[in-house]
Design a protein around this ligand. Structure first.
Ligand code: IVH
Length: 669
């Protein structure tokens, strides 16, 4: 039974609920600091909706329920921008940025110029117009002069306030970028492929497609987000002298401004920051395709002026491209170290971010099905950092009908054994542990950088050694003689000696790396580190009971079982015995720990510190502590370098002690 409530009471309650829900929207979507649970939020929302149904005439225009109000549109109205929405000129290297600064210096003469640098969000540029603090218009950039009125869709974006905070001017028009987070984009594409709809090539296209929907209820489901970064029309003009202050002003109005924006007095600082930022771009939840460098002093804007389509007071510094398109010429099936079959596409060569790409992974056969990809298809290819490029979508409009289905192999393409689906039903596996492909990949892994780190023993050399029958297992590596190596083409004396030196040095690697190298099924780098720290010696690990292993955080029942099974195999025992006989002696943890100054303490590093992160983590371990890559309630210290990432925020949220790098050094002095 609903309580009877007078109209006056209803109005009071509606006013309260509108303000309260808007406040929680701000805390959740703009500040990323929620105060209440989703359930509590839903209860407030439901109460407001019910009151508005009971008293429709009390419904406020800025009510959060109005975010998804209104019927679908028939078409978009055009709107003319009061201040044109310009574009940006691009630069691709340091030199071009210096040229930009020099050109500006010539124009402004002796006046001082400083800079603000912002991530260039890869989304869709929009304009938001607030009149008397209320959101009146949301529009696309269009051709810069006229855009589409997309207010109905803009209102569904919760990080865009419907009402500004107190202190707003009569008119505030801001520019920003609407974007879709990578996770939401992947979910959307997955859903669409299940429904046999075409998928979007990237989050930007998905955003553009979403903003073009005529029914706001559909838009609301797609989880868009927004950052603002530039002023349009403001009336009356506030007393603001720099772009930096303008961004602060936006924040005071309750608008969402990106947290990675920085200001610098010199362009060298800007360039250093931009380059560092490029390295962390993949860790962000949204796509960034470069940095935007803006002159900070607003007083210089008029003098600098604009070219035909772009202002001179700003410039884009574009990162190396990540996406391109190519045609699948054929598909190979590779067999990995653990027997998993991976389809790999041979592509028509395509240049992405300055690198020619000829091959890309399709991950597994489920992915082939999910993408609906065929041999001969034109596809979107993505590369990030050093990982192998991957295929992210099919360009169905380029199909000719001549494309061929990619079939799931019934036999291992290398050894011919029948293949099986793994437990999760995703991977197709060759279970023959003597499969030459598995042996080869296993040896490559053994010698790789994060494992035994044997210099000179890369893919090609391993392949040669196997082909010639010199090496069949790990132990054979330590039996290699210089005379054998001389028989390999291209192996001159120096190279052979260096390889033997590398092999010798690998005999004393930390236990954790040795464990990782031998390839215990399911045990990754982190798990091996945990095992080494917990048991200290290989002997103790080999004797560990299942229960003991299961109870270790980070190991779990499945991995525990795999570890037990692995060490109980006669072939494992034989291999390990042989390695030991040949002088391989992993450095046990006891020997590695130099002090117990950080005993039991968990450290996480964020931002740029003066030494490589792996070195810093080694210092932690050597002093009895543990290094982790992510912040959790178990973390004791977060060591903060320059330009820290989201880990710093998380630490603050969880109330974890943060210290600068210098202080960390003092702890181990
Ligand atoms: S300022 C006149 N700042 O990049 C200056 N633009 O390629 C207007 N963009 O049309 C733009 N992040 O849609 C600016 N922090 C940022 C940006 C940004 C993304 C977009 C914007 C612009 C396009 C130019």
């Amino acid at each position: 039974m609903k309580k009877k409530i007078s109209e006056a009471e209803a109005k009071k309650r509606i006013d309260f609920l509108v303000e309260e829900i808007s406040r929680h929207d701000y805390l959740y979507y703009v500040k990323n600091e929620p105060e209440i649970s989703d359930e509590e939020y839903d209860a407030l929302y439901r109460e407001l909706r019910e009151l508005e149904e009971q008293f429709p005439h009390l419904k406020r225009e800025d009510s959060p329920t109005q975010r998804i109000g209104g019927a679908p549109l028939k078409e978009f109205k055009s709107v003319k921008h009061k201040v044109p929405m310009l574009s940006l000129d691009n630069t691709y290297n340091e030199e071009e940025i210096h040229d930009w600064v020099e050109r500006n210096e010539k124009i402004i003469g002796k006046q001082k110029m400083t800079f603000v640098v912002e991530p260039k969000i890869d989304g869709v540029g929009i304009s938001l117009r607030y009149e008397k603090g209320k959101l009146k218009l949301g529009a696309t950039r269009g051709d810069g002069i006229t855009g589409d009125d997309i207010t109905h869709n803009i209102k569904t974006i919760r990080s865009i306030p419907l009402k500004l905070k107190d202190g707003y001017p009569d008119v505030l028009e801001v520019r920003g970028e609407v974007y879709m987070e990578k996770k939401a984009f992947e979910e959307l594409n997955l859903k669409r492929s299940k429904e046999k709809l075409s998928t979007f090539a990237n989050p930007r296209n998905a955003t553009a497609g979403t903003l073009k929907l005529l029914d706001p209820r559909q838009t609301a489901k797609r989880k868009l987000n927004c950052f603002v970064y530039q002023a349009g029309e403001i009336n009356p003009q506030p007393e603001i002298k720099t772009h930096w202050e303008m961004l602060e002003y936006f924040k005071r109005m309750g608008l969402r401004v990106n947290e990675h924006i920085r200001k610098f007095d010199t362009i060298d600082g800007v360039i250093k920051y931009a380059k560092e930022f490029e390295k962390i771009r993949d860790t962000l939840q949204y796509e960034v395709d470069g940095m935007v460098i803006k002159v900070n002093e607003l007083g210089l804007y008029e003098k600098l002026g604009t070219t035909l389509k772009a202002p001179r007071w700003a410039v884009a510094f574009k990162f190396a491209a990540k996406q391109g398109s190519a045609q699948i010429l054929s598909v190979d099936v590779q067999v990995g170290r653990t027997g998993v079959l991976t389809p790999v596409a041979n592509l028509s060569p395509t240049k992405i971010g300055g690198v020619v790409i000829k091959r890309a992974t399709l991950h597994n056969f489920d992915e082939v099905k999910r993408l609906g990809v065929k041999e001969g298809d034109w596809v979107w290819v993505e590369r990030s950092g050093d990982v192998i490029p991957k295929i992210t979508g099919v360009i169905t409009s380029k199909r000719t009908g001549k494309e061929k289905d990619i079939s799931i192999p019934q036999k291992c393409p290398v050894c011919g054994s029948p293949v099986f689906k793994d437990e999760e039903n995703v991977a197709i596996v060759c279970k023959n542990s003597f499969c030459p492909a598995q042996i080869e990949r296993g040896l490559i892994h053994f010698a790789s950088r994060k494992a035994m780190d044997i210099e000179g023993l890369g893919e090609k050399v391993v392949h040669e050694l196997i082909e010639r029958g010199f090496v069949k297992n790990f132990a054979d590596i330590y039996r290699l003689k210089i005379i054998d190596l001389f028989k390999l083409p291209l192996f001159k004396e120096k190279k052979a000696q260096n390889l033997l030196k590398g092999i010798e040095a690998s005999k004393r690697r930390p236990l954790s790396r040795f464990l990782f190298a031998i390839g215990i099924p399911l045990a990754g780098e982190k798990a091996c580190e945990i095992l080494a720290q917990k048991f200290k010696t290989l002997e103790k690990i080999m004797k560990a009971k299942k229960q003991e292993l299961e109870e270790i955080p980070g190991i779990g029942p499945k991995m525990a079982e795999a570890i037990i099974r692995y060490f109980s195999l006669p072939v494992t025992k034989k291999n390990l015995r042989e390695l030991m006989q040949l002088g391989v002696r992993p450095v046990e943890e006891e020997e590695r720990v130099k002090s117990d100054k950080l005993k039991g303490k968990v450290f996480v590093f964020t931002g740029t510190i003066p030494i490589p992160r792996s070195e810093a983590e080694k210092l932690v371990v050597e002093n009895g502590g543990r290094a982790s890559s992510s912040v959790s309630s178990n973390t004791d210290f977060v060591v903060v370098g320059e330009n820290p990432g989201s880990k710093l925020q998380k630490a603050k949220k969880l109330n974890i002690k943060t210290i600068p790098y210098e202080e960390f050094l003092k702890l181990i002095k």
